[in-house]
Design a binder for this molecule. Structure first.
Ligand code: FAD
Length: 323
């Protein structure tokens, strides 16, 4: 029986969804393995450890230290390496998030291990497990197998469904003492951009606007649609470059990579660099006045029309359906 270590992510004192998805991934890689969830941070981590157990981990280890209050490469590497040394896992699973993308290669180099990053699907399990990941900006997929060494992977958020929460599950939550010191970066204050509700990278529904929205105010109908759908607003680089929205909304090769259940592309032409960030979405709806726009080649449903007519009509229709 092997052992998998899942390194979770905490934001504002709460576990991010990707932490639960990683547990499901570890279970799928080898259903007979022990799955140990690690929580690194400050504050009450023990209750988070219990929550990870309810989502399918067998037990949890927590490293609590004031120098782990905010993510820093130095601090988190020290904490993660202490847990890895204690647990000596056969595999490590992390999210392919900003944190995971920074932390995983640092750990891999310290362990002298390989790393399969940005996995979107796991095929098979046990000795036959294969990891599928997009390449060439999502134009093709490759299947990878690990022939020796640790199974070290990062999983793209929103691709692997978490296991159902079972509140009757309980397990051991162990504190690991690590003296996290010598940080080369000290975070004095975190100033978050005022965000409009749902976190883009974890949203199940995204309404994204492109240069076709024509102005910052042009995004208003998109916010209204996202609001009735309970989704988040994203954008193309065209829209961000034109100053219609903040760069934090940008989706694509040089922006965020998202995999929502529903992606509504509004006034976006469908450049390859944009598709790289969203083409894995489960259902894609495109709204564009140009019937030849490339976005229709990846869309499941297309609406040819003026977005300023179509988007408000959709919002009204959804409001009416919701009663
Ligand atoms: P456009 O291509 O100008 O498309 C606007 C669309 O709106 C058109 O299809 C038009 O028909 C439609 N439209 C106009 N008015 C209306 C209306 N009233 N109703 C309905 N439809 C309307 N792009 C990204 O998005 N993300 C990235 O991460 C990214 N990274 C890049 C990295 C590099 C190295 C490079 C070179 C480029 C990158 N780009 C990226 C830019 C990319 O190539 C495109 O320029 C950009 O995606 C275009 O944005 P757009 O679709 O909003 O604008």
């Amino acid at each position: 029986m092997g052992k998998y270590l899942v390194i979770s992510e905490v934001r504002d004192g709460e576990l991010r969804n990707v932490s639960f998805e990683n547990i499901a991934a570890a279970r799928q890689i080898d259903e007979n393995s022990e799955v140990v969830a690690a929580v690194l941070g400050d504050g009450d981590l023990e209750s988070l450890g219990q929550e990870l157990i309810q989502y399918g981990a067998d037990r949890a280890v927590v490293v609590q230290h004031e120098n782990l209050k905010n993510y820093t490469s130095d601090g988190y590497v020290q904490a993660a390496m202490a847990v890895i040394e204690q647990e000596d896992p056969d595999g490590i699973v992390m999210g392919h998030t900003s944190e995971g993308k920074d932390l995983s290669p640092r750990i891999a180099s310290k362990l002298d291990s390989g790393l399969i990053s940005d996995v979107t699907e796991i095929e098979g399990s046990g000795d036959d497990v294969k990891f599928i990941r997009p390449i060439y900006s999502g134009k093709a997929f490759e299947k990878k197998v690990i022939t020796n060494g640790k199974t070290f992977i990062t999983i793209r958020p929103n691709n692997i469904a978490p296991l159902e929460k079972d509140e009757s599950r309980s397990g051991d939550v162990q504190k690991v003492e690590v003296d996290v010191q010598n940080l080369r970066t000290v975070i004095k204050e975190v100033i978050r951009k005022a965000s409009e509700g749902v976190d883009l990278s974890e949203a199940n529904i995204i309404v994204a606007g492109g240069r076709g929205v024509k102005s910052a105010e042009g995004f208003d109908p998109l916010y209204e649609l996202a609001d009735v759908l309970g989704g988040a607003v994203g954008a193309s680089r065209g829209a961000a470059d034109a100053g219609y929205c903040d760069y934090s909304l940008q989706i694509g090769q040089t922006g965020k990579v998202v995999t929502p259940d529903l992606y509504i592309a509004v006034g976006i032409s469908g450049a390859i660099q944009h598709l790289a960030g969203m083409s894995n979405s489960k259902v894609i709806v495109a709204i564009n006045k140009d019937p030849e726009a490339n976005i229709f080649n990846v869309a499941d449903y297309g609406i040819v029309g003026d977005l300023f007519d179509v988007v408000p009509a959709l919002t009204e229709e959804i409001k009416a359906l919701k009663g």
